[in-house]
Design a protein around this ligand. Structure first.
Ligand code: 5GP
Ligand code: ZN
Length: 152
């Protein structure tokens, strides 16, 4: 049991020591801060999808949505509302996307969870959503059944 705990702590330490967002908090990498509190910090994304693209990041290192304690959810929503409104106001955006990637196939590149706030402008052509379709209703409902079973 002790060796398992040691292994887990070592794994976690290597995640944190390799992590660019943890390095920012340690003052090792400069960034343009927007705001910070006890739980979260927010800063300008260095590769903005549109100008004004901000990242909201928990101060604690969690790799993805499956690691975040649900109790942090209210803080995150509160930050999204406040910072999202300020991003829209400062950029004159008419819309805002909130995006959060989990694991490499989704596009996650930094494995310390973060929420993207992306200001959107009419006709900017970003993040176009092309709807797919099911072959038939049965295909959709049997997938719903499979997901329900996975929830149990
Ligand atoms: P992901 O693809 O993991 O959801 O998003 C990672 C984001 O972090 C990207 O949008 C990328 O531009 C941003 N990013 C990566 N490295 C840095 C950095 O050193 N500074 C800042 N400000 N943003 C970064
Ligand atoms: Zn980290």
């Amino acid at each position: 049991m002790l060796s398992f705990m040691f292994f887990f702590m070592l794994m976690r330490y290597s995640d944190v020591s390799d992590c660019i967002f943890c390095a920012m908090q340690r003052g090792e990498i400069p960034f343009a801060e927007v705001v910070s509190n006890e739980f979260l910090f927010a800063f300008m994304d260095i590769g903005p999808l549109n100008h004004g693209h901000v990242l909201i990041v928990p101060k604690e290192h969690y790799a993805n949505i499956f690691e975040v304690p649900p109790s942090l959810g209210a803080e995150v929503i509160n930050a999204m509302q406040g910072i999202g409104k300020a991003v829209m106001e400062a950029t004159g955006a008419g819309g805002l996307n909130v995006v959060q990637n989990n694991f490499a196939p989704s596009g996650q590149a930094v494995f310390h969870i973060h929420w993207h706030l992306i200001p959107r402008f009419e006709g900017d052509g970003l993040l176009k959503w092309t709807p797919g379709k099911y072959e038939n209703n049965n295909q959709m409902t049997s997938l719903a059944e499979k997901i329900r079973k996975a929830l149990a």
